[in-house]
Every structure is written in C-alpha cells, then in structure tokens.
Design a protein around this ligand. Structure first.
Ligand code: SF4
Length: 429
C-alpha cells in the first residue's frame, strides 16, 4: 500500500501519492568539492531527483554548505555514529539528514537531532540496517530476520512519534532480496510514513541491477515504496540512476526519455545487431521525449511485434527497413539504418511530432518486407484479413488460415527426453 504521509526533501515530494523519487549517493570524498560537484551534476543530468552525500568528518560538513548551495538537486547528508555532525549538517542547509537512531548515541542524541530538524523544518530519513540491528534483536534476527528488521523499524518509528516528530521517511536495508520484499510489505501495512527502498550492497552493475529490479520492482508493482536507490559497486553513480529509471519505466510508474525495445536475436539474424542496438541506445540519450524505438533483427514476424513503437528498424543482410507505428517508411542499406532512423526521428520532431511519410518510399519498403517476412507469420495485415474472412464465413476463414500455413514444414516430433530441461519443457504440473 502506498504511504499516506508526504514529506518534502527540498522541493521533491516523497510519499502520499507523489511519483517515486530517484536518488543516488555520491562516491567521492565529500570534502573534495570539485569531484563531488562533478558527480552531482552527472547524476542530476541522468535524472536523479535527490542526491545523498556521506558526511563522516568535520571537513565534509564544511564542504556540505557549499554543495547544498551549488547542487541542482536536493542534498541528503548521510550521518553515522556522530550526532554532532547531524546537527551541523542541518545547520549547513542539508535538505534532509539520514541517521540510524540505533548507532547515533542513544535516545537523547536522537532527540537533539529531531529538535533541530523540527526547528529548521528539515526531514529525516530514519532507518535500520540488517547489519547493525540493536543488541536486543540479535536472537530474533537469527530466528526470523524479517521480523527483526520490521521490529527495529517500528521501534524507530515509535521513538520519532514519542518525540512528536512526523517529518520522516523510513528505510530497512538488507542484502537479501526476499527479506527486503517481505519486510517492506509488512512495514507498509503498519506505518503511514514514506518508505525508502533499496537492496543494500547489491553488487556489480550486472548482478546488482538484477537484484534491485527483482526486489524493488516487486515492491513497487505492489504500490510499496516512495523513493528508491540502486546500490551498485561502481564509481559512476549515474549508472545507479539509469538503472532506477529503467525499473520505473518498465513498471510504467514514471516516464523519462526514450524507451528502447530490441529483440533478443536468434539464428535468423544476418547483421551486427549488437553494435546497432548499442549505437541506437547511445544516440537516444540525447532525446528527452519518451519516444519508443524498436530494433528487430529480422522481419520473420513482419513488424507487427513492434507496431506500438514510434519508430523502428529491422535489418537483413544488405538491406533493412525503417518503420513507424507498424507501417513501413523506407528501405535503406543496412549500414545506413541507424543514420536514417535518426533522420526520420528528427524530421518527426521538426514537423511537430508528425511522422513524415513518402508514399513511394513506403511502397518500396512494403515490397521489401513482403519478400523478407516469413510466409507463415501472423502479421497485423494477415490477422485483419483473417478476421474479415471470419466475419463473412467460417469456411472462408479456414481457407485463409490453411493458405497461410501451407508452406510450413511437416510438424516436428518433439522429444521430451532430449530437451535441455527434460521433463519440464512440455508439461507444467
Ligand atoms: S526478430 Fe528475428 S532475429 Fe530477432 S529474435 Fe525474432 S526471429 Fe530472431
């Protein structure tokens, strides 16, 4: 269930139905102003709504004042162990301070931080981490790690409420994806406050992205979670932001920039699609509109699978085709596919988002497509013909279907015993 309460980190609303906010954390020494600002600008360009910086030392909190002034997005100060630094971070103008009440020096120190946060109208992120649960929950953590995490989070929430403070969001961090999902689902049912989601120490760009997509994606699809951070072992914080956006875009929770659709390729591929997809992805980064662009490795299924795409290309050995919304635009030599695709996209924007269609070129492309698509493929055109025939007469429809299937080879006898997933491929119990 989505959080009922809403807080504001600078101008960014978190929770209470606001769009899921993307955040990341700089990987630089915060006191290194040039490096930190450089990374903040990069993550902001990549689409971060909020950035967090580590503040472990006096020199970091000194740099924080300048960072807050210069940053194009709100800044959260990340503090552990030292409540004095938390107080100084609030005074330095941090838009939010992240503390772990369990390691900041006891309830009195938490109360001091809360008092100043209240006075300055600064929200807090309070949270618990599976690696540093309070001592009295250690046995429970061993017996039931999810319950231990949720109990620790609820104790933190109770502490905030006992201080009459509600301007906070909560996070529960675990390296375990199932525990992240289970604990956040439980906590979302019990508290009205915004939740910050993340799988902590998720791993490399590849494995960490997958873990985060599964863990956070599952929760977000349930409506749980108000802000997310993808933790990846890379110095390039903007990569975390890109992954966060792909998760949000995949769930259609937010739109940002183009959506690239690409087939997985198979033995029918006759051109260097890897390079083509990489080049299309790279060039699409220059566009902000949520345009959908598709790359198909061949025209075996016609272009029906990509009929929702605003633009797309399908290639073959020497010649390929550019299409828009399932309709051919023109055929072009394979090595010019990417250049011509972007010419069409640019013409579309120059004409106020209207597809520019040359009927002669489109007719040539249609002809090329008919020569290259598989005769048995169920293209939109064939489906339409089939439906029209069915509306007239069932036997006529059967004849249309038979004529489509006629060129197909004799049915292949499937042998379950030789399947790479023997025993499971053809039956599901
Ligand atoms: S579009 Fe063609 S190349 Fe791509 S996966 Fe499908 S059949 Fe294979």
């Amino acid at each position: 269930m989505a959080s009922q309460r809403q807080i504001h980190v600078g101008p960014v609303a978190i929770g209470g139905g606001a769009p899921v906010a993307v955040q990341t954390m700089t990987k630089t020494e915060t006191a290194n102003l040039a490096a930190t600002m450089d990374q903040i600008v990069k993550v902001a360009d990549a689409g971060a709504d909020i950035v967090r910086v580590a503040v472990p030392r006096e020199q970091d909190v000194e740099a924080l004042r300048t960072i807050v002034e210069r940053s194009p997005i709100p800044v959260i100060a990340d503090i552990h162990f030292n409540h004095t630094l938390a107080l100084k971070a609030i005074e330095a103008g941090a838009h939010c301070v992240r503390i772990n009440p369990g390691n900041i020096g006891g309830p009195e120190k938490v109360a001091e931080v809360v008092a100043l946060a209240r006075e300055r109208g600064v929200p807090l992120r309070v949270g618990v981490n599976s690696g540093s649960l309070p001592r009295h929950l250690r046995q429970l953590e061993y017996d039931n790690p999810v319950e231990a995490l949720v109990t620790a989070a609820l104790e933190t929430v109770a502490l905030m409420e006992s201080l009459d403070f509600e301007n906070f969001k909560v996070s529960m961090k675990s390296t375990s994806v199932p525990n992240t999902i289970a604990s956040n689902r439980l906590l979302a049912e019990k508290v009205p406050y915004p939740l910050h989601l993340g799988v902590t120490e998720a791993g490399t760009k590849w494995s960490g992205s997958l873990k985060s997509a599964v863990g956070l994606g599952t929760l977000l699809a349930d409506g749980v979670g108000d802000t997310i951070r993808i933790s990846l072992s890379t110095f390039h914080a903007e990569e975390e932001v890109k992954v966060a956006w792909e998760i949000l875009k995949a769930l259609k929770l937010r739109e940002r920039g183009p959506v690239l659709i690409a087939c997985p390729t198979c033995g029918r591929l006759q051109f260097d699609m890897d390079s083509v997809v990489a080049e299309v992805e790279r060039r699409l980064e220059a566009y902000e509109d949520p345009i959908e662009v598709s790359v198909l490795g061949c025209a075996v299924n016609g272009i029906g699978e990509a009929r929702h795409a605003d633009f797309g290309i399908t290639g073959a050995k020497d010649m390929g085709m550019i299409y828009s919304k399932g309709e051919p635009l023109k055929k072009v030599p394979t090595e010019q596919l990417v250049d011509e695709l972007f010419k069409e996209i640019d013409r579309y924007y120059a004409a106020g988002k209207t597809v520019q269609r040359d009927e002669l070129a489109a007719a040539e492309a249609r002809e090329w497509l008919a020569e290259n698509e598989d005769a048995t493929a169920m293209t939109p055109e064939k489906l339409a013909a089939l439906e029209a025939a069915a509306a007239r007469n069932d036997s006529e429809a059967d004849a249309v279907l038979e004529s489509m299937l006629a060129p197909a080879a004799a049915p292949v006898a499937l042998d379950e015993a030789v399947s790479p997933v023997a025993g499971r491929r053809f039956s599901r119990n």
